[in-house]
Structures are given as structure tokens and as C-alpha cells.
Design a protein around this ligand. Sequence first.
Ligand code: CTP
Ligand code: MG
Length: 227
Amino acid sequence: MAYQVIIPAAGQGKRMEAGKNKVLLELNDLPILIHTLNVFQMDKACDGILLAINPEEEEEMKMLLEENQITKILAFVPGGKERQYSIHNALKQVKKDGIVLVHDAARPFVDKELFRPLIEAAENKGAAIFAVPVKDTIKKAAGDIVAETVERTSLWAVQTPQAFRISILKEAYQKAEEEDFLGTDDASLVERLGQEVVIVKGNYDNIKLTTPEDLYFAEAIIRKREQ
Ligand code: CTP
Ligand code: MG
């Protein structure tokens, strides 16, 4: 069950329109980054964290980690221009074999009580992702005209963490680099190896804080958890 986790926190948060990296915004007096790191700090199965950061934010982040007793950081790695490059930088620092999770700093509500089936699926099958069934009807369009209504029963909205055997994720990132492939999640790189990826049902409140209204949802989740 033991694992290391890569946490990319080196974005710009452009869609949040806060004028700074959204993971430094506070929810309930704590930066989003700290909410996320606390989950892994508290999880006994987590052997260490590799944190991808913007070098100009290193000092501020290190202070926050110290103030909040986050002690499991194995390495700070510089982020890249895209999330995928940030993760590749961190992955190069993962030495041991075993299981690695990748989890966005911008998903602070992840529930570690759900990790076991995800990690077991990665141990047994090589790769596993959290996802939830899509609730909306999804249509493909050509411009603003509907081209097709996609059958919903087979659609999943994908989240993090995503869990992998370290050797498989390293091979996938190597191949993506060689072929100049840019994916929107880690599993999409692994799929290109012909490797099966197991879907593990996650939780709808594991939202990624992306646009300003997500902060209202975040506050509602916090209130609900405090009840
Ligand atoms: N991330 C990263 N390096 C990048 C881009 C993103 O480490 N070059 C991280 C973000 O900090 C975030 C996670 O990847 O925790 C998911 O990315 P996203 O939600 O897209 O965050 P941002 O890229 O910061 O936001 P935006 O795309 O709106 O600018
Ligand atoms: Mg982004």
C-alpha cells in the first residue's frame, strides 16, 4: 500500500483570475496547497511527496510548509511550461520502484479513505485513475452546431489522484517526450503504451478548483464537512 506522490503546484491559475497562483489562495484561513498536502501528510501509507513549484514561489511555499508542519517533502522540483513537464521533472526524482500517485495541488478535497482500491488496482494492473460518471448530456459540435450526442453511459469525468507502477509511468513519460505528445492527464500517456488503465469510482466533491465559482463550491464543501 505504500506510495510516493507527485503534486504539481507550478501553475499560473489563469482561469481562476486571482492574479496569482490559485494554490496559494486561502480557504478557511489555509492555502489550498496546504489543504492538499495535509491529506498526504496525514496518510501513513504516503512515503514522501515530490512537489513541483514555480522557483519564484519557493521561499513562500517553504515557509508555509514549515508553519503547517508538512514534513514529508522529498524534493522540490522546478515546474515546466505545461503540467506534463512539471510532472516529468518530478518523476525524474522518483528513485525507488513501487507505486507513485499523481495528484493536483488544486484538488484539496480528495479523501484518503478511498485510496486503497486505487492503489491496489495500480499494484495489480499497473495503472488506475479516480473518475466519476458524467452527469450532463455531452454533445460533440462542429462550430455551434451539434454534430452528435455522445452516449453517456460510458463517459467518466476523470480526476486525480492517478496511480501507477513507477516503471510504467516513467516509460510513458519517456515515450511522450520522444514523440512530442502532450496529454491532459497522466493516464493518457500510459494508454499510449497499450497499458490498461483501471477506473476506480471516486467522489463528486473531489473537485479541481479551476474558475472563480469553484471557490463558492469549495466553501460549501468545507461547511458541510464541519457539520
Ligand atoms: N500545474 C503545474 N505546472 C504547470 C501547470 C499546472 O504544476 N505548468 C499544476 C497546477 O498548479 C495545478 C495542476 O497542475 O495544481 C492542475 O492544473 P490546472 O488546474 O490547469 O492549474 P493552472 O495551470 O494553474 O490553471 P490555469 O490552467 O487556469 O492557468
Ligand atoms: Mg493549467
